[in-house]
Design a protein around this ligand. Structure first.
Ligand code: CMX
Length: 441
């Protein structure tokens, strides 16, 4: 280790011990309106953001403009012959706050189709990256390359009245949502399908066209994509991808800059990347046990080994939810209907019977139940989409619907630059000793 690195480690150990002490002895002390623990531990439980598109209840799960996932599956318009909601309808609901009609959804589908052209330099930017680049890195690079098309940035440079921010943000939002499936499919086909690309089909809805460009024509997969794009779209404002998009947007960064930032957060393993980690973890378990559906005892042992190795069990736990994620349940229902005998699905369900008990017994895990990522990979794999490093890109395309609808509202409401106050541990120590006054800051 270099001497500077060694010095850093020594300092980190020292301050780490002080922070632990501080939390143990003063964690519940109020610093302003929040506790010392909340300031250190990810601001859990602080209501400090306003997001119109959805609201998360810890015990019930997400509601989009008041509608739960089962209600969305019932009330949102569907494709002809389909049973799953169209994501265009959810976007309309999040943006407008009212359920769309069939005509609203058709209108949105065709508007997105018309705006979906992706300029060549975006493909060149993707092509400039080595093939081993993670698909999420390719995705954010491509979104950044698309930023040349921002009408918000152009209008701002030309001198835009603040009353018009929302209008340019709206245009960027629709253009970006329209283009993302093409960009994502290009990444997939370049990395995994020998650069054999598939042109869009203007007759298909947004999600079905995405499935088509990825190379999946099975109607079951198209239905899965519609459901997938709906359930991953939004989870109120405090999660890393939504919060980052909102934070960066608060500096009047355009939709492309803001969304790319949010996607870098989604690419973290404690957030969206967990969907690839889950399937990797299950496949590792299968391989270690020689194939087939492991018994509960075998799963139990594998979970305990994961924990003993100092790793998290991917797909389980949540910062806000305190029950099985209704997004998990929606996928389970889809699987029961379409692919109940699939071996990986059987494993996912057996893991669900085993993991919560073990995590619960640890005593420290606040939510031992599965989240959205615990199920999605098994469904994708069933239809042949086995390249699990790509899964978070699918999550990202869907997440655009929620975070960009929110950005339109941010600009329409003229929400402020986000700038919370931060302090140092030195300051915190003086504060708990009564030497400084939080209200004076
Ligand atoms: N496996 C093992 N340990 C877990 C755990 C899990 N699935 N979930 C929580 N814990 C641990 C935490 O690591 C923490 O341990 P330390 O005190 O040793 O640091 C302790 O339990 C308390 O954590 P918590 O308050 O219950 O959970 P957080 O709010 O801090 O974190 C989350 C939430 C999602 C990051 C965490 O549950 C986790 O790491 N889960 C696995 C990764 C995952 O599935 N992420 C996807 C979330 C959904 C999404 O955004 O897509």
């Amino acid at each position: 280790m270099s001497y500077i690195k060694e010095k850093f480690k020594a300092k980190a150990d020292e301050l780490g011990a002080e922070v632990k002490d501080l939390l143990k002895n003063h964690g519940t002390k109020k610093v302003g309106d929040v506790t010392v623990a909340q300031a250190y531990q990810g601001m859990r439980g602080i209501t400090g953001l306003v997001t119109e598109t959805s609201l998360l209840d810890a015990n019930e799960g997400i509601r989009f403009r008041g509608y739960s996932i089962p209600e969305l599956r019932e009330h949102l318009p569907k494709a002809p012959g389909g049973a799953e909601p169209l994501p265009e309808g959810l976007f309309y609901l999040m943006l407008i706050g009212e359920l769309p009609t069939e005509a609203d959804v058709q209108n949105l589908s065709s508007v997105l189709g018309r705006r979906s052209h992706v300029p060549n330099h975006v493909f060149d930017a993707i092509n400039a990256l080595p093939l081993h680049t993670h698909p999420m890195t390719m995705f954010t690079v491509a979104v950044m390359a698309l930023q040349t098309e921002s009408v918000f940035a152009k209008a701002y440079a030309e001198g835009m009245n603040k009353k018009d921010y929302w209008s340019y943000m709206y245009e960027d939002t629709l253009n970006l949502i329209a283009r993302l499936p093409r960009v994502a499919a290009y990444i997939y086909r370049r990395k995994y399908k020998n650069d054999q690309h598939i042109q869009p089909d203007g007759m298909l809805d947004w999600a079905a066209n995405f499935a088509h460009m990825l190379g999946y024509e099975d109607e079951g997969f198209k239905e899965l994509m519609r459901l997938y794009m709906v359930i991953h779209a939004d989870h109120e404002g405090g999660n890393v991808s939504a919060h980052t998009t909102h934070l960066v947007g608060s500096a009047l960064s355009d939709a492309y800059l803001s969304f790319a930032a949010g996607m870098n957060g989604l690419a973290g393993p404690l957030h969206g990347l967990a969907n690839q980690e889950v399937i990797k973890w299950i496949l590792d378990m299968k391989e270690e046990l020689g194939g087939g559906v492991p018994t509960k005892e075998q799963i139990d042992a594998f979970v305990r080994k994961t924990l003993a190795d100092g790793k998290v069990v991917p797909g389980y736990g949540h910062a806000v939810l305190r029950k099985t994620d209704p997004r998990f349940t929606a996928q389970q229902e889809f699987a029961k209907k379409h692919l109940a005998s699939d071996e990986l699905v059987q494993i996912v369900w057996r893991v669900y019977e085993t993991v919560p008990g073990i995590l619960g017994d640890l005593g420290k895990v606040k939510n031992p139940w599965p989240n959205v990522d615990a199920h999605s990979g098994a469904l994708l794999l069933h239809y042949g989409l086995k390249e699990y490093e790509f899964y978070t890109v699918l999550f990202g395309v869907s997440r655009a619907l929620g975070v960009l609808a929110s950005l339109c509202w941010d600009r329409a409401l003229g929400l402020s630059l986000e700038r919370p106050k931060s302090v140092t541990t030195e300051w915190m120590k003086e504060f708990v000793e009564g030497k400084v006054d939080a209200s004076a800051e």
